[in-house]
Design a binder for this molecule. Sequence first.
Ligand SMILES: [Zn+2]
Length: 164
Amino acid sequence: MAKIIVFNNDTDRMETYYRDENSPMPYNTNGTLRVREFRGASKSNTLWTTKRTMQSWNSQRYIFGNPIPVGYAFRRPYEGGHSGQSQHYAGTAFDVGQRWTNAQRTVLRNSAINSGIWSYVEPVSISPTWVHFDKRFGVPSCISRRVSNFKKRKFKQLCINSTR
Ligand SMILES: [Zn+2]
């Protein structure tokens, strides 16, 4: 059972969910993104993401029209990850298609770029053996929130991680 904290971009509030590993992520449609897929190899008891990230996944999956095998999305800073991509620490990035052919990855990479859904799609020169896309949000959306100290602390962490 994972505790999943979701920043709801529409209400500016944090939401907490408890889901088992085989369940879809909150806001995921048609079971296309399971908790275990989002988690990948992360051992963290608590995972977090944003509603906008989950909706972006739904849209990308719909546009692509076929299953997208997820290597991982979420990672804690101490669990490493590929260079310069702290978006994974904020739960707003995906690394997918690790077991695909280069040709398959090219199709998805182009789909991700052309969809206009993502803030950033990593070029093949940087990540040739997987496809990275992320949905980052900027500093302005991180401030002046009416939240409790506890939630503020959580949220601050999200913001710092998402803007590096
Ligand atoms: Zn990545």
